[in-house]
Design a protein around this ligand. Structure first.
Ligand code: PLP
Length: 392
């Protein structure tokens, strides 16, 4: 008989690692919030980085670290993972700017990022200039001696433009500003922005890196100095990624190349179908020669042009409503990058916070429908759009 009482046993039983000379093929989810130490000397050594070890999961966690290693390897840098794409973006920005600094950002961005730059930076005393970064002379004019960040997206949501990142990097260098690139839509399968001169890469890992619409995560990739700085800030703000979501994202990541290949193949097929449809007034897909920034897309993207496209239908909001509501297999889902083809209406979702006039001026019209092209058979996706467009 164990001499301890049942209340004590209930607390302390089942807490030692089982002995094993073999490693699990898939590493377990380490859900522990905190680690225990053999001695005060060992605690000192871990804090001083004299021996490897973990202390507290807001600072670091083995499962989260595996995801960081994996994404860092795919993007070619060091990485830090957070609770969402927005957490990663905010942490990376807060790590770089202080009162009196200035940011230049492309005028069409993911809605959450736009809100962060537009509404939150002013509270810190950081000025933000939004500019159409397709116009390099406008970018040069917007840059000031105190500009610290040029903020871009590889494939810009929702018009799918591909900016000339190397040329923008050149301009940023004149004032030693860092170029931040949100690589969510391209994923490292299609583009590795660090290789094109960018300083900081951001991901909503909620999207293609995970790819299954079942976890939220975000990742910053940069050189190890920047990542160390970002980790200090991230630990303070506390937007910690849960080990379970890190594990799911790591699981999804294994099929990234297979999925992206198929997403891109299907998106090109749908784009070509839509391009010649009489009820469709415009298609935005980087892989189409008719798309304005196709030249930059060919220069920067590899292995195809991604799974995201958008198109404008006749009839404005009413037209978009008819098509979206008539689709049968393809559901209205205000996110992207899952296995299923989904639509979104940028004016009513991601760009809802943007004033209507500003929105229309940069091409996010009421008739614009965004499509996250999934992994189904292309013919089935096209058939659904075909019957829905016939209702117009
Ligand atoms: C979704 C998304 C984000 C925000 O990521 P969350 O994981 O939702 O916080 C940022 N950038 C882009 C391009 C996105 O699509």
């Amino acid at each position: 008989m164990n001499s301890k009482h049942i209340s004590t046993l209930a607390v302390h039983a089942g807490t030692a690692s089982p002995a094993s000379a073999t490693e699990p093929k898939v590493l377990p989810i380490v859900a522990s919030s905190v680690w225990s130490f053999d001695s005060l000397a060992q605690l000192d050594d871990v804090y001083e980085n004299k021996v490897p070890g973990f202390v507290y999961s807001r600072i670091s966690n083995p499962t989260v670290e595996l995801l960081e290693q994996a994404v860092g390897m795919l993007e070619g840098g060091a990485a830090a993972a957070y609770a969402s794409g927005m957490a990663a973006i905010a942490t990376a920005i807060f790590a770089e700017v202080r009162q009196g600094d200035h940011i230049v950002a492309h005028h069409v961005l993911y809605g959450g990022t736009y809100a962060l730059l537009k509404n939150e930076m002013a509270k810190l005393g950081v000025e933000v200039t939004f500019v159409d970064c397709n116009d390099l002379s406008a970018v040069a004019q917007a840059i000031r001696p105190n500009t610290k960040i040029l903020y871009l997206e590889t494939i810009c949501n929702p018009l799918m433009e591909v900016l000339d990142i190397p040329a923008i990097v050149q301009l940023a260098r004149t004032v030693k500003a860092k170029v931040y690139v949100d690589n969510t839509f391209a994923s490292p399968y299609h583009c590795q922005p660090l290789a094109h001169g960018a300083d900081v890469v951001l991901h909503s890992a909620t999207k293609y890196l995970n790819g299954h619409s079942d976890a939220m995560a975000g990742v910053i990739v940069a050189d190890s100095d920047f990542i160390a700085k970002a980790k200090n800030v991230g630990t303070t703000y506390g937007a910690t990624l849960s080990p379970f979501d890190a594990w799911l994202t790591l699981r999804g990541l294994k099929t990234l190349a297979l999925r992206m290949h198929r997403h891109a193949e299907n998106a090109l097929a749908l784009a070509k179908y839509l391009q010649v449809h009489p009820k469709v007034t415009g298609v935005n897909y980087p892989g189409l020669e008719s798309t304005k920034t196709h030249g930059c897309a060919k220069k920067l993207l590899q292995n195809g042009f991604g799974g995201m496209l958008s198109f404008t239908v006749q009839g404005g909001l009413a037209g978009a409503r008819t098509v979206i509501d008539s689709l049968e297999m393809v559901k209205l889902v205000p996110s992207l990058a899952g296995p299923a083809t989904t639509t979104s209406h940028p004016a009513k979702t991601s760009h809802r916070a943007m004033p209507a006039a500003e929105r229309e001026a940069c091409g996010v019209s009421d008739g614009l429908i965004r499509v996250s092209v999934g992994l189904e058979e292309a013919a089935d996706i096209i058939a659904d759009f075909d019957q829905a467009l016939a209702k117009l």
